[in-house]
Design a protein around this ligand. Structure first.
Ligand SMILES: NC(=O)c1ccc[n+]([C@@H]2O[C@H](COP(=O)([O-])OP(=O)(O)OC[C@H]3O[C@@H](n4cnc5c(N)ncnc54)[C@H](OP(=O)(O)O)[C@@H]3O)[C@@H](O)[C@H]2O)c1
Length: 163
């Protein structure tokens, strides 16, 4: 049975992806932020393995690695994301920017690192990062939140498995 790890599976796109992959016979490893989300998703998909964490928390990467220890992960979808609509220099704050950077860049990086050993166990480990039109360079003037995802290419240029 193929396995997939999805972050931000409590609602929105991540939640829908979880249901689709589950109905296609995948073993789910889901990262959600709250106990309430974990309860809801466990009721919806009984076979899902659920890990509760804020992906920006300090011990997230090590706890994720511990949680996955010994298991194989075929696909990671970095779906959890943060951003604000139409920010400009007047309304945006440094604190907001830090949250966006910590979630969309460091959180993605920590997820890949935490899942790295499990991805290496797969025959063709794959990481999918959900970006945004706002990650496009041509959209920078309107306040891109997702361009930082590109930084994770540093770890993605090499496949998790070496042959
Ligand atoms: N919707 C759009 O129009 C759009 C457009 C372009 C790109 N995207 C990207 O597509 C992805 C999914 O979008 P969506 O519309 O489904 O978003 P959403 O409904 O806001 O869901 C985002 C999910 O990410 C989780 N999350 C956010 N920060 C987190 C953190 N620090 N730790 C753990 N979980 C965290 C949220 O958890 P909680 O449930 O606890 O809040 C939620 O489950 C995101 O990366 C988003 O940036 C969306």
């Amino acid at each position: 049975m193929p396995s997939i790890l999805i972050t931000g599976a409590g609602k929105g796109l991540g939640n829908e992806l979880a249901k689709i992959f589950s109905s296609n016979g995948w073993q789910l490893y889901l990262v959600v932020r709250t106990i309430e989300s974990a309860k809801n998703i466990s009721q919806e998909i009984e076979t899902a393995k659920v890990f509760i964490s804020d992906i920006t928390s300090e011990d997230y990467e090590s706890q994720l690695q511990k949680w996955l220890e010994g298991d194989t992960i075929d696909v990671v979808i970095n779906n959890a994301g943060a951003g604000s609509k139409e920010p400009d220099i007047h309304s945006a704050t440094a604190e907001q920017l830090k949250t966006v950077f910590d979630t969309n860049c460091i959180g993605v990086f920590s997820t890949i690192k935490g899942a790295y050993s499990s991805l290496q166990k797969a025959e063709n480990g794959l990481v999918i990062n959900i970006s945004s039109r706002r990650g496009s360079l041509s959209m920078q003037s309107s306040g891109a939140a997702k361009v930082v995802v590109a930084l994770t290419h540093t770890v993605l240029v090499r496949p998790p498995k070496t042959y």
